[in-house]
Structure formats: structure tokens, C-alpha cells
Design a protein around this ligand. Structure first.
Ligand code: 5AD
Ligand code: FES
Length: 346
């Protein structure tokens, strides 16, 4: 049993077996510390002390999917469904722009009410009003042609977490209509179309093993995404996994460092899920190698209905409050928020 941490620091080009062994050290404080130090060195080399912000606009919680972990799954009949109008979305952007945001993330469930053309119209409206801002979409799986139309309409980036790169595990987390193969195809389509692409997964989702996580890392290495969103799994009371334990903050932080070292220039958010499980979760995320935060720009009246998991933070705060709060938090660990698009330096 050699020094697997030392080996990783020297050359992170690991096999699945080596990643699995590395992950065995996730709760070893000394190992985590060594990875964290290198992760922070690399993040500072490429991004200095800057932290990029993305204004998240959760514009619909209708969803045709039924993912077992997610609170807005179709099968949750207690969810109060809402859709923002184009005008409401533009209002969110207006407020966001004033607050310094230069990236807007349109995130929603898989809601086909927003047809290709309706989405394109919204994208064009944001694009013409804010030529200096990046537009990120996060609306799930769609055909290549839809992605192409939206790219032409002015979208720049797309977030689509792969959730798990292990076939059997993917089937445990999703109903039979969904497949890892389609998810991967979408990610490669998006890359081909020239989007800056974000993949990612939950840490500690039911049935996840070190081997699954090792496969996630191998897949990330192969995909070479511009962004990687990871956060701990958190149970939602109206889902199949209501009684399952949440993922671990410690393991999430360990993985953030591992990913920063694996993909040095990647954009890595300190996620809301991390901040939900630990009051200093996002700060700890930054200290482990993250360089992005994604505060909420959705109207406060809709916030609590975009209910992916229980106890989600920031559902009562106005956009300006979240911005101020995050700015203080980021500064408390020696970084600062910037008003830039924050494109990946890849
Ligand atoms: N816990 C943590 N993250 C979740 N997501 C969905 N449900 C949960 C949950 N219960 C994540 C998924 C999805 C992203 C938008 O939110 O990874 O891709
Ligand atoms: Fe929303 Fe702190 S970031 S209240």
C-alpha cells in the first residue's frame, strides 16, 4: 500500500481502481489536507482569489421526469407547480444585472410547455438586452436540434449533471425510461455544438459506492467538461429516498479537491446543497478548491417551491440579501466576488 495521495499529487492520471483506493482516504484528515493544499494552489494559479457568481433563475418546477431523489419529480403530487413568464424572467435578469451578475442560469425541470421556440424567444430576449452576459441553460435532456437552436439564439453554456457514471447505479436512481447512455449523448452533443458544458453528480446518493465515484472521475476525465457541479445528496420527504441518509460534507469536500487537481482549470461551484448540510459548507467548498457560487435570483414568492431536497437554504432571502451574504462569506475565507462572465479558461 504505497502513498496513494503522493502518487495522485504527482500524476492524477488515475485508473478507476486507483481512484477507488484514493477515495478510501476521504475521511482521513491528513490525506484531505494534502489534497486541499494542492487544490487551492492550483485554483489560485489559474483564478487567483476571484470567485465567479452565477445568478440562478429557477423558472419552472414542472417536470416530466420522475427521478427517485428529486423533490420536483412528476410523482410528487404535493409540489406546488409554477412557471415564470418571459417578463418575470427578464425582471430577474434586470435585478441580477444591477447586483453585478454577468451570468444568468435558466434552470428548470424538464417542462415541455417551454417548447424549443418559447425557450429560444426567452434566450434571444436576454441576449439582446444583455450582450455582455453569459446565458447558461439547465433544462435537462433534449434533442440535438433543440440544443442547436438555443445555441444560435445566444445561449453559451449548459449544465446537465450526469448524476452517476455507473450504469447499474443510474438505474437505481431513475425510472426505467431514463438511461445513462442518453445522458452521456446529450453531454457530447452539447460539447459538439460549442457550449461550455457542466457535468456533475450527487455525493452519497443511495447505492453509491467508491467504485461508482471512481467511475464518475474517469468519466469526467474523458468528457473534459468546463464545469463540474457536485453536492451532497439530501433526502426529500416526498420521494422514494425520503428515509435515506444524506451524503457527507467531508466526502464532498474531498472530491472537490480531487476534481480541482484532475481538471485544473475547471469551474467548480460551492453548491447550495453543501451550504444546506453545513452552515459553513460553501466556505469550506471554496477552501477545498471551488471557485464559483450560484446565488438565487428567482422571485422570493416561488423560491420555496423549487424544492429539490429538504431544508434548502436561501428560500426566504431577496436576491440582494443573498448577494451580500455570499460576498461576506467569500471574503471571510480570503476570496472576493467578481462581476465578470467568468468563462472557463479552458
Ligand atoms: N439532493 C441533492 N441534490 C439533488 N439534486 C436533485 N435532487 C437532489 C437531492 N435530493 C441535484 C441533481 C440535479 C441538480 C439540479 O440538483 O444533481 O442535477
Ligand atoms: Fe442566500 Fe446567504 S446566500 S442568505
Amino acid at each position: 500500500m504505497g502513498d496513494i495521495i503522493g502518487k495522485y499529487l504527482e500524476n492524477p492520471d488515475f485508473t478507476k481502481e486507483e481512484f477507488a483506493e484514493l477515495l478510501g482516504f476521504a475521511s482521513d484528515p491528513e490525506a484531505a489536507g494534502r489534497l486541499r493544499e494542492e487544490a487551492v494552489r492550483i485554483r489560485k494559479l489559474h483564478y487567483g482569489e476571484k470567485v465567479y457568481t452565477r445568478g440562478l433563475i429557477e423558472f419552472t418546477n414542472y417536470c416530466r421526469n420522475d427521478c427517485y431523489y428529486c423533490g420536483i419529480r412528476r410523482g410528487n403530487l404535493h409540489a406546488r407547480r409554477y412557471r415564470l413568464t418571459k417578463e418575470e424572467i427578464l425582471d430577474c435578469c434586470d435585478r441580477g444585472y444591477e447586483l453585478g451578475f454577468r451570468t444568468f442560469v435558466l434552470q428548470g425541470g424538464e417542462d415541455r410547455w417551454f417548447t424549443d421556440e418559447r425557450m429560444a424567444e426567452i434566450i434571444r430576449a436576454i441576449r439582446s438586452r444583455y450582450p455582455d452576459c453569459a446565458i447558461t441553460l439547465s433544462v435537462g435532456e433534449r434533442p440535438y436540434e433543440s440544443y442547436r437552436l438555443w445555441k444560435e439564439a445566444g445561449a453559451d453554456r449548459y449544465l446537465l449533471r450526469h448524476e452517476t457514471a455507473n450504469e447499474a447505479h443510474y438505474r437505481k436512481l431513475h425510472p426505467s425510461g431514463m438511461s445513462l447512455a442518453v445522458r452521456k449523448l446529450c453531454l457530447y452533443d452539447l460539447k459538439l455544438l460549442g457550449y461550455q458544458v457542466g457535468a456533475g453528480f450527487m455525493v452519497g446518493s443511495p447505492g453509491q459506492t467508491a467504485e461508482c465515484l471512481a467511475e464518475d472521475l474517469v468519466f469526467l476525465k474523458e468528457l473534459q467538461p468546463h464545469m463540474v457541479g457536485i453536492g451532497p445528496f439530501i433526502p426529500h420527504h416526498e420521494t422514494v429516498f425520503a428515509k435515506e441518509p444524506a451524503g457527507s460534507v467531508e466526502q464532498t469536500l474531498f472530491l472537490l479537491s480531487v476534481i480541482r487537481i484532475l481538471l485544473p482549470k475547471v469551474l467548480l461551484p460551492a453548491t447550495t446543497a453543501l451550504g444546506t448540510l453545513d452552515p459553513r459548507g460553501r466556505e469550506k467548498g471554496l477552501e477545498a478548491g471551488a471557485n464559483v457560487v450560484m446565488p438565487n435570483l428567482s422571485p422570493v414568492k416561488n423560491r420555496k417551491h423549487y424544492d429539490l431536497y429538504d431544508n434548502k437554504i436561501c428560500t426566504g432571502e431577496e436576491a440582494a440579501e443573498c448577494r451580500g451574504c455570499l460576498s461576506r462569506r467569500v471574503e471571510s475565507v480570503g476570496y472576493y466576488l467578481v462581476n465578470e462572465r467568468g468563462d472557463a479558461k479552458i
